[in-house]
Design a protein around this ligand. Structure first.
Ligand SMILES: *[C@@H]1O[C@H](CO)[C@@H](O)[C@H](O)[C@H]1NC(C)=O
Ligand SMILES: *[C@@H]1O[C@H](CO)[C@@H](O)[C@H](O)[C@H]1NC(C)=O
Ligand SMILES: *[C@@H]1O[C@H](CO)[C@@H](O)[C@H](O)[C@H]1NC(C)=O
Ligand SMILES: *[C@@H]1O[C@H](CO)[C@@H](O)[C@H](O)[C@H]1NC(C)=O
Ligand SMILES: *[C@@H]1O[C@H](CO)[C@@H](O)[C@H](O)[C@H]1NC(C)=O
Ligand SMILES: *[C@@H]1O[C@H](CO)[C@@H](O)[C@H](O)[C@H]1NC(C)=O
Ligand SMILES: *[C@@H]1O[C@H](CO)[C@@H](O)[C@H](O)[C@H]1NC(C)=O
Ligand SMILES: *[C@@H]1O[C@H](CO)[C@@H](O)[C@H](O)[C@H]1NC(C)=O
Ligand SMILES: *[C@@H]1O[C@H](CO)[C@@H](O)[C@H](O)[C@H]1NC(C)=O
Ligand SMILES: *[C@@H]1O[C@H](CO)[C@@H](O)[C@H](O)[C@H]1NC(C)=O
Ligand SMILES: *[C@@H]1O[C@H](CO)[C@@H](O)[C@H](O)[C@H]1NC(C)=O
Ligand SMILES: *[C@@H]1O[C@H](CO)[C@@H](O)[C@H](O)[C@H]1NC(C)=O
Length: 550
């Protein structure tokens, strides 16, 4: 491998690395830092047991605690990192209401009682701190799910309007901290979603009066403390749709760091309006619903229409969070058990603009329930989607590492067929091109001609199968399609350093790869050989880079 670097630049980079190493940020990471990351979401109670057992029963219908812990999560970080994820989102960590109602126990963490105590079912403060440290030791980020819209209270059959004892909430010990009781009747009415509450007559979710500055201050002070105490890198704001919108920018500015807020709505106008006015990031529900239409209803055109609408309405698409499953929506495999369709949707979701998020169990193609205990799968690292995710994370990371503009460059559709879509992301010469099919595993074998790709006579690697193709003199890429499989292309000369198709993960730069490619062409052709050897100074190097760059 050819390595050329400017000594001065090297010292600068060295100094920056040292600074990063010595002063670990006590505050959360920024939006730009988060954009390059890829998130694995766990539900702590259902992810891993302290004793590592994979045979302990967990009856999802009963909705009780099944025993997962932060220590269990620590012990399974290899499993997460093995798929290439560099951030983990965990369930809410605060003390929840105890006991069992008709709705079950608070195993999911969404029934808060006391912000300043941790949920002892998941472990101690020290365990949580150890999890944070273990993640950072692997250069992984910790994304914390926070419930700041409501508390929880079991009324066990009695009307919440009259049967909540507010003095039990240590930080909000009176009804004045809460909105008067009313049940949300119309989720499409945002005012209703903000002023009223969900829950039922067994478990009520008293809705915090988040217009009030006393409530806001308590929530912000707590959020700052939890970020600083556990070195949290970012927050997922649960039920952001139900929070007073004007509170959100105050919260974001005061607490600091990247946050993504849950506004479950298929309508891009509404969701992007939140990004425009209130939050840096949101889970991309409009994209999620249109992926279902495209891949499961066989309407690829609908995805293109939705992308156009998201691009025109959202202010920062690469900061949005992409997913095809989370803890609330149906499992993809439950909706459709053809794993080939899941492979296509997953490929699109991982490589399209945005921060990918995979909810635990998707990699095992679990169909039954999104609350299934993951240990029942034996953490199979040979599972089809586990391996696909590791490849997709690797090519995404590699593309980011050799192209600083990759993350913020917009994905362009370059082809639409009756059952195919192709997209381009990245700078010319190092673009990732994905070709997706909605045919499913019953799809037939045929050759598809992609009209505009990498220029003429370029060798490209299809990274999901490690096969090379050469574009023809018309710059067309002729791709053998079969069984509805997705394809992902990258220039073969840019593959070194990717960790894919026989290449190790190394710190390469685009310039090095370009120079190596030129050297390779020169030595195998009749062109004059560029003098790379000793005495090759930074000035000549920079000139050459300028000459070679597009
Ligand atoms: C799970 O719990 C439900 C409700 O208690 C029960 O009906 C069902 O039989 C249980 N399933 C198993 C496999 O134990
Ligand atoms: C492992 O831990 C779980 C949950 O705490 C428990 O139910 C189970 O009996 C334990 N299994 C073994 C083999 O110790
Ligand atoms: C809760 O109980 C009240 C009073 O009995 C009743 O009017 C209301 O419909 C119940 N709500 C639900 C969600 O069941
Ligand atoms: C709530 O807590 C505050 C501070 O601990 C206390 O002064 C106040 O009396 C409590 N209010 C109620 C209704 O218990
Ligand atoms: C929306 O909900 C609010 C609060 O519940 C209610 O006052 C208002 O009438 C509703 N608007 C519509 C259009 O239904
Ligand atoms: C999306 O929401 C906007 C405004 O909230 C509304 O005007 C529009 O009709 C909605 N679109 C769809 C498809 O429902
Ligand atoms: C991994 O999966 C492949 C096919 O999916 C199978 O042939 C192979 O035996 C599996 N290996 C292990 C170690 O389970
Ligand atoms: C594939 O075709 C077979 C036979 O026609 C059919 O039974 C099966 O449901 C199809 N599979 C999918 C995923 O469409
Ligand atoms: C696709 O093209 C290749 C190369 O021209 C050819 O060998 C192959 O038979 C074609 N496949 C199909 C299914 O037509
Ligand atoms: C693909 O092409 C590159 C560059 O020509 C070559 O180094 C690599 O070995 C090829 N990979 C495969 C799988 O043929
Ligand atoms: C990749 O790294 C391993 C272990 O360091 C080494 O043995 C192997 O030769 C390397 N492979 C390539 C293609 O550089
Ligand atoms: C890449 O560079 C970074 C920062 O200089 C360093 O921490 C890391 O260990 C390097 N990785 C490899 C695989 O060399």
């Amino acid at each position: 491998m050819l390595r050329v670097s400017s000594p001065v630049l090297g010292q600068w980079l060295g100094a920056l690395c040292l600074l990063g190493g010595y002063f670990h940020p006590a505050s959360a990471a920024t939006t730009e830092q988060w954009k390059t990351r890829s998130i694995y979401q766990t539900m702590t109670d259902r992810f891993a047991l302290t004793n590592g057992s994979t045979t302990t029963a967990c009856n999802t219908t009963e909705s009780n605690y099944c025993g997962g812990t932060w220590q269990g999560t620590i012990d399974k970080l290899d499993y997460i990192q093995g798929m290439g994820f560099d951030a983990v989102m965990i369930s809410p960590v605060v003390k929840n209401i105890a006991g069992r109602s008709k709705d079950g126990e608070a195993y999911h963490g969404y029934w808060p009682l006391d912000l300043y105590e941790v949920n002892s079912n998941f472990g101690t403060r020290e365990d949580l701190l150890k999890l944070s440290e273990a993640l950072h030791a692997r250069d992984m980020y910790l994304l914390l799910d926070v419930v700041i819209n409501n508390m929880a209270y079991m009324t066990n059959g009695e009307d919440p309007a009259t049967h909540i004892d507010y003095t039990v909430f240590p930080q909000f010990n009176g009804s004045a901290y809460f909105h008067p009781y009313c049940l949300i009747t119309d989720w499409n009415n945002y005012t209703d979603a903000q002023l009223c509450q969900t829950g039922d007559n067994y478990t009520a979710l008293p809705d915090l009066y988040t217009e009030h500055t006393d409530v806001q201050d308590i929530l912000m002070t707590w959020s700052e403390s939890v970020i600083s105490n556990y070195s949290v890198d970012g927050l997922r704001i649960d039920a952001a749709k139900s929070l007073t919108p004007s509170f959100l920018p105050t919260y974001v500015d005061t607490v600091g760091g990247w946050m993504t807020g849950e506004v479950m709505d298929a309508n891009a106008t509404n969701v992007c309006n939140y990004q425009r006015n209130y939050l840096p990031s949101l889970p991309n529900y409009p994209l999620y619903y249109s992926m279902i239409t495209a891949f499961l209803n066989g309407e690829p055109g609908s995805l293109l229409k939705e992308i156009a609408s998201i691009n025109s309405l959202c202010t920062d698409v690469p900061a949005m969070v992409n997913f095809i499953e989370d803890q609330d929506v149906d499992r993809w495999a439950y909706m459709n058990d053809d794993i080939m369709l899941a492979k296509n949707a997953l490929t699109f979701m991982m490589l399209f603009d945005g921060i990918p998020l995979v909810f635990q169990g998707l990699e095992q193609f679990i169909a039954s329930s999104n609350r299934e205990a993951l240990w029942t799968t034996d953490y199979d690292t040979n599972a089809t989607l586990y391996k696909l995710l590791s490849t997709l994370n690797a090519i995404r990371k590699h593309a980011i590492s050799i192209d600083s503009s990759y993350i913020n460059s917009q994905t362009w559709p370059i082809y639409q067929g009756g059952s195919e879509l192709a997209f381009w992301k990245g700078a010319v010469g190092r673009q990732v091109i994905m070709l997706l099919s909605t045919q499913g595993s019953n799809g037939t074998a045929y050759n598809l001609t992609l009209p505009r790709t990498y220029g003429a006579g370029i060798v490209v690697t299809e990274v999901l199968n490690c096969v090379n193709y050469t574009t023809n003199t018309l710059s067309e890429l002729i791709v053998p399609m079969d069984k509805g499989e997705p394809r992902v292309f990258f220039p073969a000369s840019m593959m070194p350093g990717s960790g894919l198709c026989g290449y190790n993960v190394t710190n390469v730069t685009h310039s090095e790869l370009r120079l190596a490619a030129v050297a390779h062409r020169s030595s195998s052709g009749s062109h004059p050989v560029v003098p790379f050897a000793s005495g090759f100074g930074p000035v000549l190097f920079l000139a050459l880079v300028a000459f070679l760059s597009f």
